[in-house]
Design a protein around this ligand. Structure first.
Ligand SMILES: *Cc1c(COP(=O)(O)O)cnc(C)c1O
Length: 532
């Protein structure tokens, strides 16, 4: 182990592994190491000078006085700023390079979106403000809702759900309310085996039983198997289109007709809408409900505490059951927020609310900015370029990495490879970790489950050809090394702030609370549970 660095923090175990390269400080060039805030600070230190009060400053509250000091690390402001800035530099971001995570649509977040979202009239609104003072904000919600309905060919939209998965729940609750209104208790939802994990989880959470529909060898929903499962207890199906194998489901209309004839509803997982926006309207395919991940198709940021907005478009059959509140435009052109159930105004049999207020204003503003700056023709080009880029990656790598469905034609917006054919003992994980050394965020790995060692690459339309070529060169070289049995790949990443982590242990036994000296004494610590 090397010496403690200037902050008094001792570099973690893994750095000692870089024996020849050890520096006195523990930092490497401009790659700065960083401990936990508790390792840097101390409970008896304080960043500001305050005189301790000799009695409770508020009479009558003395019984709430702390009996123990709070377990805070005690850092000064510059220490805190450096701590979080150093940590942020160890992370990867869409503003640093490509993020080829399949199914996630990690596209560039345009700065114009950010500029608009920061306008005080949008950024500073409070959900309890009188409606007359937020007419501009309501106008943004209404215009975005209008675009989403037109782009999808659907009758209505619930704007308040906070994410794709939350939108799935909203859609299934609409289906449940519609069944209740018909006096029917259907309790089964059919989900294809290639589905994203949120689909069966949402169906189960909403109280339905999940039955799986198999895939055909060509990676599509097996329509005959689906037909065989349709019965009076089937509430509906949840189908992703384009699906998670990166393929369009050409039988969607036939599937929807069969489900409707059997009295069920069609939920479409719209996470992959980026591949078809402006080209196909899900409403024309018989869809009853579909969530739209604004952070995927419409370029709002991922992360930062949650995606923020997953509006759900609804067919005429489900529109009356959509949740409150919603924005509506009156005959005089003014916009209004409807908070209470009202037979005359749509959402007449609203099932309730998804959230306390109206949805995520910041994301609505960004998404509408993106839509208006592209226009209808620009959005169509988004889909075309996203699909073109994915096919470029597919054809550039399929000679080295088997592409299970490539024989059946072009893919949609993501290229799917398998790790079959790598040398004995080499897997998708080795390729993914090798990509980190090459300076790329890995692709989606081991999903969808229907493909062995799946690698799902989604370049999105915002990568240039030069950028794609750089990625392809790295991916091809890693595939060649894994085919040749290059052992060094097994211990990649070699150049990242942390080496190969035990992700299973970190997920199963997360250590989320600083354990003081106990951690140093060898109980599960960050170095075992994931850190180096
Ligand atoms: C991203 C995604 C979801 C979930 O969306 P969130 O906004 O992350 O909740 C569901 N299905 C598919 C296919 C996805 O890619």
């Amino acid at each position: 182990m090397s010496a403690p660095n200037a902050a008094g923090w001792r570099p973690s175990l893994g750095q000692a592994e870089r024996a020849e390269n050890t520096t006195l400080s523990g930092d490497y060039g401009l790659m700065l190491e960083e401990g936990l805030s508790f390792e840097l600070g101390a409970a008896d230190k304080c960043g500001v000078d305050i005189d301790y009060a000799d009695r409770s400053p508020i009479e009558g509250l003395a019984r709430f006085l702390r009996s123990e000091a709070p377990a805070l690390p005690g850092l000064t402001e510059p220490e805190v700023v450096r701590h979080y800035t150093r940590l942020s530099r160890q992370n990867y971001a869409i503003d640093l390079g490509p993020f080829p995570l399949g199914s996630c649509t990690m596209k560039h977040n345009p700065r114009l979106n950010e500029k608009m979202a920061r306008l005080p009239g949008f950024a500073d609104v409070h959900p309890m403000q009188p409606q007359t003072t937020v007419q501009g904000a309501l106008e943004v919600i209404e215009q975005l809702a209008d675009w989403l309905m037109k782009l999808t060919g659907m009758a209505s939209v619930a704007m308040s759900p906070k994410a794709g998965a939350h939108g799935e729940l909203c859609g299934l609750l609409c289906i449940r309310a519609a069944l209740d209104a018909r006096g029917e208790t259907r309790d089964v939802v059919l989900v294809p085996e290639s589905a994203h994990g949120t689909n069966p989880a949402t169906a189960a959470f909403a109280g339905f039983k999940v039955e799986t529909i198999p895939a055909t060898p060509a990676g599509r929903v097996d329509v005959e198997a689906l037909r065989a499962k349709l019965a009076p207890n089937v509430a509906g199906v949840m189908i992703t289109n384009p699906n998670t194998c990166g393929l369009f489901e050409p039988d969607m209309r036939e599937i929807a007709d069969a489900v409707h004839a059997a009295g069920g509803y069609v939920y479409c997982d719209g996470a992959n809408f980026n591949a078809i926006v402006g080209k196909v309207r899900p409403g024309d395919l018989g869809v009853d409900a579909m969530h739209i991940n604004l952070h995927k198709t419409f370029s709002t940021p991922h992360g930062g505490g949650g995606p923020g907005a997953g509006p759900v478009v609804l067919s005429e059959a489900l529109a009356p059951f959509a949740p409150l509140p919603f924005v509506t435009r009156g005959a005089d052109g003014s916009v209004r927020l409807v908070e209470e159930e009202n037979a005359g105004e749509g959402h007449a049999q609203a099932f309730g609310r998804m959230v306390a207020f109206h949805g995520q204003m910041g994301m609505f503003t960004r998404a509408l900015t993106y839509i208006l700056s592209h226009g209808a023709d620009g959005l169509r080009q988004v889909a075309e370029d996203a699909v073109l880029n994915a096919n470029y990656v597919l054809r550039a790598c399929e000679d080295l990495l088997p592409a299970p469905f490539a024989a059946s034609g072009p893919c949609m917006h993501e290229a799917l490879f398998s790790d079959a054919g790598l040398a004995e003992g080499f897997t998708t994980l080795d390729i993914a970790k090798g990509l980190i050394d090459e300076g790329f965020h890995p692709m989606t790995v081991y999903f969808p489950l229907v493909v062995k060692g799946a690698m799902l690459v989604e370049p999105t339309e915002t990568e240039s050809k030069a950028g794609l070529d750089r990625f392809i060169t790295s991916l091809r070289s890693l595939a060649e090394r894994a085919k040749a049995g290059d052992e060094s790949l097994h211990s990649a990443p070699h150049f990242a702030p942390r080496r190969r982590l035990d992700e299973t242990l970190a997920a199963r036994k997360p250590v989320l609370v600083w354990q003081g000296d106990a951690a140093a004494a060898g109980t599960p610590s960050r170095s075992e549970a994931g850190g180096r």
